[in-house]
Structures are given as C-alpha cells and as structure tokens.
Ligand binder design. Structure first.
Ligand SMILES: [Zn+2]
Ligand SMILES: [Zn+2]
Length: 324
C-alpha cells in the first residue's frame, strides 16, 4: 500500500511528475496491501501454465505441417488425454504445494526488502536485476539438479520429472513435491541477494516459468527470440537431457549453457550434435538442428510406468558421457 492518498501527494513527495508507468502503478496499487500484491504471483503461475503451453498442445495434436518438422523427438507423440493428465497433475501440485508455499513465504519477501512503492526502478535496472536473477538461478539450479542425478536423488525424487522422456510444455513443473520445494531456493536466491521492486519480482517469476515451458516444449523453432540470447540453452538443449533420462550426465543447467561447458557436462550433447551433423551431410538432408532423434513407433514419451520400466524399451540403448 502506498503512503500517498492522491496523485498530487505522490508528485509532491517525489518532487517531479510521475511517469506513465508510475501513474499506472499508483492507480493500481495505492489501496492494495503489499501481501495482496505479492499474492498476484500465484495467479500468474496458474494463468501462465494454463495458457502458454496451449499453442504447443495444439501443434502436438494437430501436427500442423509447417511447424511439425520442428518437433525434436519427432516420433514421440502424446495424446490429448495424456497431456491433460499432466496438466491436472501440475495444477494439483500448484494448488497444494506451490500456492501454499507462496502464501507463507511473504515474511521472507518483506525481510529481504522487495519494495512496492514509488519511484519505480528504471527499465535498465529491471533488466540488469533480471539478468542477475537468471544467472544465480542457473548456477544454483545446475548443482542441485546435478546432485539429484545421483542414485538416491534420482530414485527418490528426480525420477518423477524424467517420466517425460520427450517433454511437453505442461511437464516443465511436473516433479516430485520435494523437488519443487528444493528448486524454489534458486528462484528465491536472486531476489534475496539483489532485492528489487515487486514488479521486477513478478516479471522474474513470470519469465522463469515461460522459459521453463519453452525449454520443455519439445519444439525447436529457428525463429525463437531466445536464439539471440548468448549462451542460452533452449528446447533442444534440455530436451536432450530428458531424452537420455536417468543415465544423463549432460545438460544439467536450466537456462544457459556455460555451466555445463565449464564443468564438462555437455560432452554427450555435443557428441550427438556432431553425429547428427555428420549424418545430415552424408544423407544430404537437414534435421532442423535437432541433436537427437528417436526411432520406432508408438512411443508416448513417458519413460516410467508403474513397474518402473521403460514403456518403449529404449532405456538401455541410450548412453551418455559421464565426466566425473
Ligand atoms: Zn534431470
Ligand atoms: Zn526438465
């Protein structure tokens, strides 16, 4: 809640006219509590995860021709029923784990100093803070994710996220409840170290979710704007991690590629890319930049059934480079 009763009062307090963005923020937030503003994040989560993957789901079902060739694991197709089940499972987790976690984490947001007042930060400050958040999240997530690939971590927790050997947008947050809680730490660490405005915090939560949906989309579109972000992993990069599954020792980073490069955990991926490149030049065909490919039919992309075995029987064929 802002400590001004009117726009003239806010103008007098700032000693200048409010910008358009500040006027909009005043009109929206002046009478709303900080707690209510913080809780917008829960609404954003539900909206983003319900709407952003929808075009991808449509592509998956309809196999729209100009776009279908960019499907990474081309032969793996999920039915609408299977995708809807994934959505329902994620929503269940949002409702009973993520939502309550957000509700009770408000005191920590106050403690680290997320502000809701005026003046608003400039756009370049917001962009720099977002970049710092992404880098801190990426680095921390890399090590937690790598840890979750040890025998205990994988079997007890991380296996759930890898049920989708060919991921879809809805599967981005599909994980064991403990993984959701643990991976909340990297997301929170950036704002805790470099606290910003509530708007920056909203943007951070929203962009992180959209990024996760894109990397799990299963499609590698050449026109994606993220292709222009230096060291950005993207869909093909993370898809390979799911493709290899439990045996994966490659591509642990959530956003960028430099951690895997520095710590030598991208060798399997780079080898596959090189192999596909050689095949393309031999066959004279182009594979749309895909680094890995499945063969065979009737694959549904879920690697773990109730009996714990791979439904499509490929779990022992896929190998990856182990570097440690
Ligand atoms: Zn993993
Ligand atoms: Zn994933």
């Amino acid at each position: 809640m802002l400590p001004y009763n009117s726009l003239p009062e806010a103008t007098a307090a700032l000693g200048r006219n409010l910008t358009v963005a500040e006027t909009l923020w005043f009109n929206y937030s002046a009478k709303k509590s900080d707690y209510f503003l913080f809780c917008h994040n829960i609404l954003f989560l539900f909206i983003i995860f319900s709407l952003v993957p929808l075009p991808l789901i449509f592509l998956e079902i309809k196999r729209v021709l100009p776009f279908d060739k960019y499907k990474i694991q081309f032969n793996v197709r999920l039915s609408f029923k299977e995708m809807f089940k994934c959505y329902k499972d994620v929503m269940f987790m949002f409702f009973f784990v993520v939502g309550p976690l957000q509700l009770v984490s408000y005191p920590s947001i106050k403690m680290i100093g997320i502000s809701t007042g005026l003046p608003l930060p400039s756009w370049w400050v917001v962009l720099l803070q977002l970049l710092v958040y992404f880098m801190i999240e990426d680095y921390t997530n890399y090590w937690i994710h790598r840890f979750l690939h040890n025998k205990w971590g994988y079997e007890k927790i991380h296996k759930v996220h890898h049920e989708y050997q060919a991921p879809i947008g809805f599967a981005a947050p599909y994980a064991h409840w403990a993984e959701i809680l643990i991976l909340g730490i990297p997301s929170f660490l950036g704002p805790a170290i470099v606290p910003g405005h509530m708007i920056t915090f909203w943007l951070w939560i929203a962009l992180r979710q959209i990024e996760a949906i894109e990397t799990h989309s299963g499609y590698d579109f050449p026109w994606s704007l993220t292709k222009y972000i230096p060291f950005y992993g993207g869909a093909d990069y993370h898809d390979y991690h799911h493709f290899v599954g439990g045996q994966s020792h490659s591509n642990f980073a959530s956003v960028f590629t430099y951690c895997d490069y520095i710590y030598g955990t991208d060798k399997g991926y780079r080898f596959q890319k090189k192999l596909m490149g050689m095949r393309e030049s031999t066959n004279g065909t182009r594979q749309n930049g895909r680094s890995h490919e499945t063969n065979g039919t009737n694959q549904n992309g879920r690697s773990h059934e109730t009996n714990g075995t791979n439904r499509n029987g490929r779990s022992h064929e896929i190998q990856d480079y182990k570097t440690d």
